[in-house]
Design a protein around this ligand. Sequence first.
Ligand SMILES: [Zn+2]
Length: 286
Amino acid sequence: MNILAHLKELSAAPGVSGYESRVRSVLRAAWKPLSADMGVDRLGSLWAVKADSPAAKGKRKPAAPRPRVLLTAHMDSIGLMVSRVEGEFLRVAQLGAVDARVLPGQPVRVHATARDLPGVVARPPAFLLPKNEREGVAPVSELVVDLGLAAEQVRAFVKVGDAISFAQRPVELPNGLLAAPALDNRASLAALTVCLDLLRKRPHAWEVIALATVGEEENYSGAYGAAFNLQPDLAVVVDVSYGSDGNVREFSGKTFALGSGPTLSIGPNTHPGLFNAFKAAAERHG
Ligand SMILES: [Zn+2]
């Protein structure tokens, strides 16, 4: 499979918290050929039971119940939402932990009912502001989205509550690196797709279920609901972390060497037995 193309497609699909239907469609198409069964739960999370290889199928008694391992990653991303229409500009509220420092100048897409509208996050030019307001970070509440439309066009298309996603083009950097929107957590979803694909050729005792959850950036609602719905015996949660390499300084144990494989998380919400098993497996395989 072409992982880069899949990841770019996932990155480009809108799916801010609570509005995941479009990224879900991309995933559904990718997981369908790899799954024996799939569905969407009432909150909107997508689950897929991995299809057995024909060889593995032949070996197992058909009715034998198997323990289930859930491989899960959230599919929602941070974004913005229209909070007020002010003439030709939109005031916005943040969905998830948006970093206001990087917003001015960002291309966005406003997901209006009729269609997506391209726009740019804007703030007044520094030289028009009083001196004491020129420096520092403008909070989200002081930014606007400019759609390039006249006030009456904006009123006709856009309403309060329309979701807004970031729309930067992906940039392929040297050394196999990609900079793109929503890699938190589309990178993990692409990893799950690769995992389902690789497992096709390997017989395994446990039933494997992939899950893409909604709402992580706000309140984890999708993960809570899906845990009750799917009742797994064990869950592996995949998310992104902070990388360090020659260009990024070390932040006291909070960054991890880029390109050196996955990072294991440890804390009160990590099962110590599972952590130790993963650590041992990682060490075994170098
Ligand atoms: Zn995440």
